[in-house]
Ligand binder design. Structure first.
Ligand SMILES: O=C(CO)[C@H](O)[C@H](O)COP(=O)(O)O
Length: 232
């Protein structure tokens, strides 16, 4: 199976958990887009849902395919969010934000009763940290925030390059108007400690550690899709 087929396989397995009338959080990224394609096809056959997109990119894609959308203002509680991940560990702690949508993704996941992660086996790790951790920051005081992030990490024994995410020749700007620092700290043995440490840095808007949010992952590999349930 090629990479796209694996994404479709995971998305299809997650779609089996979508029920008529659900209020759905809809993730961002190439795997989430496969889910949107399948969802739209199922809706043409009669399934009725309403979705909250986790990014402008996902919103545009949903509109293109006719998936009806609402907002968290109108619909502040959701039944289920289906989203991709950049990596996940056996407890279903995640790193997200490779697509730059981590802030809305986290708000939407937290507003949902359940979150299902869709991924292929390449995203599975024993310990988080192989994928650089995206940290969304306010553009004001960027250098000072970056320094404080490095110091917060160092206090936990973590170090490594922290780079400003760029598009061509300008900083990447999130849907919320913020910048992203990609922190290559390597193995993160205590994600909870790093999470609270980063949250204590003024200027850090959010980070890509998703802890205790996902209840299930459907992970596609050569032998089909397997389901992982979180213990929390
Ligand atoms: O966190 C994300 C976007 O902010 C995505 O879920 C993550 O990057 C995975 O994307 P893909 O399915 O394209 O590998």
């Amino acid at each position: 199976m090629d990479a796209r087929a694996l994404k479709i396989e995971a998305a299809r397995a997650a779609l089996a958990h979508v029920e008529d009338g659900m209020r759905l959080g809809i993730g961002t990224g190439s795997t989430a887009e496969e889910f949107v394609r399948l969802l739209a096809a199922r809706m043409r056959e009669g399934l009725s849902i309403i979705g909250v997109p986790t990014s402008e990119r996902t919103a545009a894609f949903c509109r293109e395919l006719g998936v009806p959308l609402t907002t968290l203002e109108e619909t502040p509680e959701l039944d289920l969010t289906v989203d991709g991940a950049d990596e996940f560990d056996p407890e279903l702690s995640l790193v997200k934000g490779g697509g730059g949508a981590l802030l809305r993704e986290k708000i939407v996941a937290a507003a949902s009763r359940r979150m299902i992660v869709i991924a292929d086996e390449s995203k599975a790790v024993q310990t988080l940290g192989r994928f650089p951790l995206p940290i969304e920051v306010n553009p004001f005081g960027l250098k000072a925030t970056e320094l404080a992030v490095r110091r917060a990490a160092e206090a936990l024994g973590l170090a490594g390059p922290v780079t400003l995410r760029m598009t061509k020749d300008a900083p990447f700007v999130t849907d919320g108007g913020h910048f992203i620092l990609d922190a290559s700290f390597g193995r993160i043995p205590d994600p909870r400690a790093l999470s609270s440490s980063l949250h204590s840095v003024p200027g850090v808007v959010e980070h890509g550690l998703f802890l205790g949010l996902a209840q299930m992952a459907v992970v596609a590999g050569a032998g089909g899709a397997r389901t992982i349930l979180a213990q929390h």
